[in-house]
Write a protein that binds this ligand. Structure first.
Ligand code: UFG
Length: 324
């Protein structure tokens, strides 16, 4: 393994991809971002070159593989709104499945460098067991989850047929922001709980709508496993190192292993912002399982940098100009 290896990062201008580029650079790798900037931001590409292109464009990908000697690939580029995927499923199959197929074809032509793939706990559907082990049956309940499961399957098949070595990372709820203030969460539209709660506390958005208080959980609100985006980023670097060191393909959950309810998140945001989050109770949001949490290992030798919810929320509040 050569730490100055060039790593292709699809979706590297996005929330998780940009944090991964920072972690790659800190570990001595050279990230080359390939992103169509449909959701990502040019200003988030700070640790290497940006090639503007779409992963569905095989020729554009071939040019990148021709221009750089790519030692490994981190594949983040995807559409990632669960609710939206129900309304426009075919766009999700095109953006997430067809593009991954194209990437895999070009990677096979280019000598099959190893791959770290962004999958999701959405591939489990409604779990029969929480915390969810990586061996849990995968039965998605929305098109987004299906697109990620299909991506996993193509990668496994390419492993058998073409010797592709991969680490598939099933994220739980990515949250927080770079603790040094280099990056933050900038989704448009923003649909995620923590940024919406922070903006509500700071008076920049209307009160937070709590989607459902009648779930079979201790306080009636949904439970999720929030993992800091920098911990996710570090886990990608660790996975890449494993693969570059000759490691075999594997699948890993990326969550802290601890679930928190919507109300607990709201309390944590209020503490970090120094003012309460105004809330309104709304009906359940379609497609939300009551509880998701991972059977987890940190994926890095030193464990998580942000093992608890308050620490995660503090970084998010700071990055949005609150106290934190
Ligand atoms: N929620 C609210 N009000 C809001 C927004 C969210 O009550 O305004 C609740 C949701 O109902 C859910 C929890 O807060 O119970 C977390 O919701 P997010 O939208 O922040 O995150 P999701 O759990 O829906 O989605 C995340 C990722 C997806 C991934 C999914 C897997 O964003 O990419 O986890 O479950 F697929």
């Amino acid at each position: 393994m050569n730490e100055s290896d060039v790593i292709l990062v699809t979706g590297g201008a996005g929330f998780i991809g940009s944090h991964a580029c920072k972690a790659l650079a800190a570990a001595g790798f050279r990230p080359v971002v390939f992103d169509n900037l449909s959701m990502g931001h040019r200003h988030a590409v700070k640790w290497g070159p940006l090639v503007v292109g779409d992963v569905g464009d095989a020729e554009a990908l071939r040019r990148v593989f021709g221009d750089y000697s790519i030692a490994g690939v981190l594949h983040f580029a995807a559409s990632a709104y669960v609710g939206e995927s129900v309304g426009v499923p075919l766009r999700y199959y095109r953006n997430n499945v067809a593009t991954t197929m194209t990437l895999l074809e070009v990677m096979v032509e280019a000598g099959v460098p190893p791959l770290v793939f962004s999958s999701s706990c959405a591939t489990y559907g409604t779990p029969t067991e929480v915390p969810i082990p990586v061996s849990h049956e995968q039965r998605p309940i929305n098109p987004y989850g299906w697109t990620k499961l299909m991506g996993e399957q193509m990668i496994r098949d390419a492993g058998h047929a073409h010797g592709l070595r991969s680490v598939i990372l099933r994220y739980f709820n990515a949250a927080g922001a770079d603790p040094d203030g280099d990056l933050c969460e900038e989704h448009d539209p923003e649909t995620h709980l923590i940024p919406l709660a922070i903006d509500a506390a700071l008076g920049r958005r209307p009160p937070l709508r709590i989607f459902g208080t009648d779930y079979p959980t201790p306080d009636g609100t949904c439970i999720r496993d929030y993992i800091h985006v920098s911990d996710l980023a570090d886990a990608h670097v660790a996975a890449l190192r494993e693969l570059l060191g000759g490691g075999a393909s594997r699948i890993r959950n990326l969550g802290t292993g601890r679930g928190h309810s919507v109300r607990e998140v709201v309390e944590a945001v209020g503490r970090a912002a120094g003012m309460p989050v105004p809330t309104e109770i709304h009906p359940r949001r379609a497609g939300d399982p009551a509880e998701l949490a991972a059977v987890s290992d940190s994926g890095t030798p030193s464990g998580f940098r942000f093992p608890d919810l308050q620490g995660i929320v503090d970084t998010a509040v700071r990055s949005r100009g609150g106290k934190g």
